[in-house]
Write a protein that binds this ligand. Sequence first.
Ligand SMILES: *Cc1c(COP(=O)(O)O)cnc(C)c1O
Length: 406
Amino acid sequence: MFKEIDIPQRTIMTPGPVEAHPKVLRAMSHTILGQFDPAFLSIMDEVKEMIKAPFGTTNEQAFAIDGTSRSGIEAAMIALIEPGDKVLIPAYGRFAYLLAEIAERAQADIVMLEKDWETPFDQQEVIEKIKEVQPKIVAMVHGETANAQIQEMEKIGAYCRQNDVLFLVDMVATYGGVEIKVDEWNIDIAIAGSQKCVSVPSGLSLITFNKRAQAIIESRYQKELGLSKVERNERFIQSNYLDLSQLINYWNNNRINHHTEATSMIYGIHTGLRVLLEEGLDRVYARHTLNNKAIVAGVKAMGLGIYGNEDTKIPTVTPILVPEGIDANGVKDFLLEQFGVEIAGSFGDLQGKIWRIGNMGYSSRRENVLQVLGALEAALIYFGAPIQVGKAVKAALDVYQANHKN
Ligand SMILES: *Cc1c(COP(=O)(O)O)cnc(C)c1O
């Protein structure tokens, strides 16, 4: 016999997954509706509408894809890439290599533009590379979580549009936490996920695309074999599950059967988005900015260093340099075991060199910030790290106090 699962209480301060909003968890416990039940279809229709504001778009096409954020990234890339298509991927962090990995599987002709991970690109450098390479698609990450840097997009997007290049952007780490302007920045297709700043469990991806992308996607439409033996397409998209041309027709009023929609996840994303919009996006972004300021002030007050260029640091993640001789994983595990506080390490060359404190969605709360700073200080004292003692929480409180007076 197996015992009932026993879930410990945690304070999650990683760059995802974050704590789900309690209203989201409650919504997810509602009874199941059939996928073509009008009561459920109206929830899907509202989700489509609510997805748009945090993306900063009026695109007609916006919906959710069942699967984590990378399912949306993969759906977007395989919808636009046909074998041999040239794709330029400027990389200033880890997730650009996920774009490359997916483009490779889609048999793209890939050109990487690589740099160190301490800053994003100067937009002009990317534009020069686009001029040289003349790709069909430029694929980029708006906010890189592994190294915590954020990329400006406006000029790159404008250049792409003027030169008829498609611009695809991973906005997973910024959507709902940082202001995004898909339309103004001329982004053709953008992807986000549920488990970061939308405070919904992992398992859904959000996507939006404009008429330019839609035209390409629809030109590759093929009806599923079980529904039609005649509507074949030589240029069909190489996945059934992630076929955007079919998903458009599942999420619009055609309601052509595709997979069985994940009912409870749709209740969850409806609630996560509604809560965001109810708080007001400006207030949501201001909350993330303030908590970011408090985290940075606390970390610095301890005498710890921040990795990378601070002016271009993403507000939703703070990368902290591990002091010389301190066991990075040991401290991270200690925080979880003793305080129930979870922070993250990093990947690639940064593994063991930095810790990352997330500041996303429902986890982006004052009490969480104060808790993680207090716990980190105590853990570092315990591990014998040479830090300034008794200052971190006070520094963060000062940030909140100063904000209160304004
Ligand atoms: C978290 C993250 C992803 C991957 O998301 P999954 O939901 O795990 O598939 C992709 N890109 C960025 C920038 C991320 O932060």
